[in-house]
Design a protein around this ligand. Sequence first.
Ligand code: PLP
Length: 399
Amino acid sequence: MTTFTARLGDRSLFPHLEARVYLNHGGISAPSVAVQAAVNEVLDDYARRGGAAFLRWNEQRTRLKGKLGALIGVAGSDIALLPNTTRGVIDVALCFPWSPGDRVILFQGEFPANITPWQRAAATFGIELCFLPLDEWNRDVEAGLASLSRELDKGARLVAVSAVQFQTGLRMPLAEITRRAHARGAQVFVDAVQACGAVPVDAGAAHVDYLACGSHKWLMGLEGCGFVYVHPSRVAALRPNTAGWLSHEEGLRFLFEGPGHLRYDRPIKQTVDFLEGGNYNTAGLAGLEASLDLIQQLSVPAIHEHVNAYLDVLEAGLVARGFQSLRSADARYRSCTLSLLPPPGVSVVDLQRQLGDRGVACALPDGVLRFTPHWPNNAAEIPFVLDSIDQILAALPAR
Ligand SMILES: Cc1ncc(COP(=O)(O)O)c(C=O)c1O
């Protein structure tokens, strides 16, 4: 097995990437050659051995859980592997031990993945959803926290929030949110897909109850795999409403031990992996481990610092050109995302498309221009990005 070495600001592990400047890791990351090699290894193994390969990759999953646990400051045994972030939200929303009339606090402006499953839970279990506006948090995090406390005082079972907001890049104060929620008897669910891999997340230290994350953004893996963490003290209370055949204790015996073991009444596991109800995306999970190894070589705090040094320069250049930055002025609330509103009269759709045509990949979630560099990006790219913007703006009809 080849060992790959990651270096901050060096994209030589991404030799196939066509974009000259890739600034869309908050959307979908390109797989490195390390990820490609890991995926190929799985495919080669199954191609040779078929089902006999299963046990080897079962071990890989246990190892991966340990590494994911280390990433977010929890034990690997408290992590279940799932197809995506959304699946983690769905599982907790449908398995939570609701009582009719329970209140859930959500945020207006969140990515819909962290809304729809709570809406389904509301329709199914008769719970109530309360939305707090994120605008207030964007202006003043302390004011946002004060509003949250007032809402919690009315009584709530759960707060569901993203670690980093997908549109503005605001890094939410998870430890403080959790402290306030727990003090009033509420639990906290975190969608961490815009954070894990580039922004430090310590779910253990922050006493987060539930956390879900997918692999294709800042973890730089592929689409179709992710994980959920459930605090060990919360697992037993979950109702197994999304259980499947792999959720049972000793659920594999009937496949290996001869007749008489096919039963449907085996107890559901009392560990978080009861949420892994069926088979796995083995190739995707191997890719995730490979990308995680590169991230851990560099360390998340070092990546965060590297990316923010990049964003400092890019932000200054764009603000000088009339863009309005949505990045927090307070370093505590910064992630690895820089979102901006273009100068008045400039269409963000045209701008993003024309940047793409010139080889600068970025995103436009709900109308903001979003740049999301990661460890392979190098500040030497920034003059090209700014020159491209200058040329695009200069070619626009007079405003
Ligand atoms: C904050 C946030 N949550 C969830 C998702 C969706 O994640 P997944 O496709 O892994 O469910 C996205 C983006 O795609 C996102 O930005």
